[in-house]
Structure formats: C-alpha cells, structure tokens
Design a protein around this ligand. Structure first.
Ligand SMILES: [Ca+2]
Ligand SMILES: [Ca+2]
Length: 88
C-alpha cells in the first residue's frame, strides 16, 4: 500500500471520528467536545493529558481543532510519516 492510499484511508476514518467528536457540528472541535469525546471512548486519561493533546493538535492556537488540524495530527500519529515527504 502506498503512503497516498494509507492517507486516504486514515483520512476517511478520521473524518468520521471528527464528525462524532464535533458534537454541535460547527466543523471545529472545542476543548469541551474533545474531553467529552475521550470520556465517551472510555479512555483512562486525565483532563490535563486531554488538554495537552488538544493543544498539540491545535497548531494555530485558536483553541479549537479544525478538520484540517485533526486530520494532520491524526495521520502523523497513526503513521509515522517522514515530514520531508509530506511537505506541500
Ligand atoms: Ca464543535
Ligand atoms: Ca486551531
């Protein structure tokens, strides 16, 4: 499987995850929604850790996660991509 195929598949999966996490469907995940999402999943993770991972994904620091930020972070996380190959 090529990296492009892998990205398409993970994008589809993470688009679906994004839609679930974005409870009010404004196309952004707020910190509140992010916390709720982790609690729904039943992850044993503290609010502090959730906040840290939220801030890591929120690359432009507007305190909400856009679909683009989410997909980039999710893809980087799921497949350890060589950054030099994905630069646009
Ligand atoms: Ca939202
Ligand atoms: Ca953001």
């Amino acid at each position: 499987m090529s990296k492009k195929d892998a990205k398409t598949i993970t994008d589809n999966v993470h688009n679906a995850i994004f839609d679930v996490a974005d409870a009010n469907q404004d196309d952004f995940i707020s910190l509140q929604e992010y916390k709720v999402y982790f609690h729904i999943l039943g992850h044993d993770i503290s609010d502090e850790e959730i906040t840290q991972s939220f801030n890591a994904i929120d690359s432009n620091k507007d305190e909400k996660i856009s679909r683009e930020e989410f997909l980039e972070a999710a893809f980087d996380y799921s497949i350890n991509v060589d950054e030099s190959e994905v630069n646009r």
